[in-house]
Write a protein that binds this ligand. Structure first.
Ligand code: HEM
Ligand code: NAG
Ligand code: NAG
Ligand code: NAG
Ligand code: NAG
Length: 505
């Protein structure tokens, strides 16, 4: 008897859970958008959620199956999202009628320190004021001075590699896990450019900044789990007093920045980093930003910069390894550039002038878009129409929008033979042929990436140094096919990204 009751209760619960898992799946039928049949719990992302393919691949394939629709319904797990496939319509939403879609979707349940003060999380007017405050921080002029700090870290990275390769007698060079190498580099560069702290993670792998920083990085499984839980089950999250970040670790970084600011103001020290630029920006700002609101912007680097930066250089190196002729041509440009310096030092402007370098980095960002999609939230009702004025969809406040960047980058109507790595697409002749709003590695419109120049100078500066000193070749552990082997959110595998670095000369 008891057994039967328990069984019935369990069945009842299972039924409720099932109902919940499909609770939103009628959305697009009622709102008259085409959509693909979703799976319970997983919507249209089952394969990547279950770690069978990468998010990039999942979203690209979904797009390719549905690109004949200008607008299509998409279920990100249980969440219904309106996907806009057509470049003209993307322009409307992200640029022309931006006022209706001014925010990213950041479903944060917690009120913890810093998280809600980061610019990418901020909304509406508050975001606009912060964006105005920060824009002067990322101009070419500021990047020019900041480049000197990056240059030091490049030097330390090369020093480390030379030491390693000097310690073997083998002509064939050294096998390096590029993922670990560039994680360290990315860390050191964030420390020096954002937090005003000089660390060398190659010499001192155990340094505090590195270990505390690693635990905050968003894509680590623990961090990602906590974030996902806060988004999916906010009530549970707040009930158990959970936080996305470990409070002690957050305090470590806050104190780092506050102390540095104090020291600078007291002793009149200047250093071309974010802290300096923030002190200046704060004075100019129309707003009276609190210390926490300022510090939070340094924190953004952990969200927006860490993985993006190290992934970009990892993947560029991988493509150079796979395409020796392209690597050779890049090497020639780098060599000529160095000769033109006449023994002088690499500068921001010289980095920006390397045209083939720019083509290689642009193509890397196309074929391996870091952010497979960008998102917006509708903040006031909006009717989307096509060029003839026909109604396509009625947006309501709160509707989520996604722009399928990886899909567009993989569409053969815009980029013929899309899985081919071909920097020529971005040559002077050809690049004007790329239709507007089909290439968006840094997003688009007023809400696009704040730090494009920073990201590019980092990638290009590092590749310059790497090409000059080493030739990248496959090692026995090099991945055959990263596109097929990547899983879920990370393009580069956790198990390591091994390559052989052969010293030049
Ligand atoms: C390879 C490196 C990077 C890539 C591919 C990248 C890409 C992106 C993309 C796609 C977006 C969303 C844009 C949109 O929704 O339209 C974004 C936003 C943002 N990125 Fe980056 N990013 C990179 C590096 C960085 C770095 C180094 C920073 C340093 C602070 C940064 C700061 C930001 C911020 C603050 C936003 C939000 C802007 C806002 O909401 O107003 N990014 N980035
Ligand atoms: C950049 O780094 C190199 C060593 O990697 C160094 O020789 C050069 O002086 C540095 N340039 C500047 C401007 O600091
Ligand atoms: C959460 O914090 C509140 C007060 O800060 C406390 O009353 C409550 O017992 C805590 N809950 C749990 C599950 O720790
Ligand atoms: C800004 O805040 C400080 C301290 O809270 C206050 O003394 C000052 O008057 C404020 N300035 C403006 C312009 O609101
Ligand atoms: C890259 O930056 C964007 C924008 O801030 C962020 O949403 C995304 O999670 C980052 N990607 C990685 C892999 O860190």
């Amino acid at each position: 008897m008891a057994c039967l009751e328990i069984c019935l209760a369990l069945l009842g619960i299972a039924l409720l859970v099932y109902k919940w898992s499909i609770g939103t799946f009628k959305t697009f039928e009622t709102r008259k958008l085409p959509y693909e049949k979703p799976w319970p719990f997983f919507g249209n992302v089952a394969a990547s959620a279950l770690q069978r393919i990468s998010t990039q691949k999942q979203l690209t394939e979904f797009y390719l199956r549905n690109r004949q629709h200008k607008v299509v319904g998409f279920f990100n797990l249980r969440k219904p999202v309106v996907q806009v496939n057509d470049p003209e319509l993307i322009k409307k939403i992200c640029v022309k009628d931006f006022d209706h879609f001014p925010n990213h979707n950041f479903p944060l349940a917690t009120k913890e320190r810093l998280l809600n003060d980061m610019i990418n999380v901020m909304k509406d007017q508050r975001w606009k004021r912060m964006r105005n405050t920060l824009s002067p921080v990322f101009t070419s002029a500021k990047m020019r001075t900041m480049f000197v700090l990056m240059n030091d870290s490049f030097g330390e990275c090369m020093q480390h590699l030379k030491k390693l390769s000097g310690s073997t007698t083998s002509e064939a060079g050294i096998e390096v896990d590029m993922k670990i190498l560039f994680n360290k580099l990315s860390n050191d560069i964030i420390a020096t450019t954002a937090f005003g702290l000089k660390v060398n993670s190659f010499e001192n792998p155990e340094n505090e900044f590195y270990s505390v920083g690693q635990s905050l990085i968003f894509s680590t499984p623990a961090q990602f789990f906590r974030f996902t839980l806060s988004a999916l089950m906010p009530k549970v999250f707040t009930f158990f007093n959970m936080t996305v970040f470990d409070g002690k670790k957050v305090d470590y970084f806050v104190n780092l920045v506050l102390q540095a600011m104090k020291l600078r103001e007291e002793q009149g020290i200047t250093r071309p980093d974010m802290i300096q630029l923030m002190i200046e920006a704060k004075k100019e700002a129309e707003n009276n930003w609190t210390d926490d609101e300022i510090v939070a912007q340094c924190f953004v680097f952990f969200f927006a910069a860490f993985d993006n930066n190290s992934n970009l250089i990892c993947i560029a190196a991988y493509e150079l390894l796979k395409n020796p002729e392209i690597q050779e041509r890049l090497y020639q440009e780098v060599k000529e550039t160095r000769e033109s310096l006449n023994g002088g030092s690499l500068t921001y402007d010289v980095v920006q002038k390397m045209t083939y370098m720019d083509m290689v980095v642009s193509e890397t960002l196309r074929k391996w878009t870091q952010n497979p999609s960008i998102d917006r939230v509708c903040s006031k009702p909006y009717t989307l129409t096509d060029e003839d004025g026909n109604k396509l969809f009625d947006f309501r406040k709160g509707d989520l929008v996604t722009i399928p960047v990886a899909g567009l980058h993989g569409d053969d109507r815009y980029f013929p033979d899309p899985r081919k790595f071909d920097p020529e697409r971005f040559s002077e002749d050809q690049k004007s042929g790329i239709p507007p709003f089909t290439y968006m590695p840094f997003g688009v419109g007023p809400r696009s990436c704040l730090a494009i120049r920073y990201a590019q100078m980092l990638a290009k500066g590092l590749l310059y140094n790497l090409m000059l000193n080493f030739k990248i070749e496959p090692s026995p552990r090099t991945l055959e096919d990263m596109w097929e082997e990547a899983r879920s959110f990370s393009l580069t595998p956790r198990s390591g990204l091994y390559m052989q670095l052969v010293p030049r000369q």
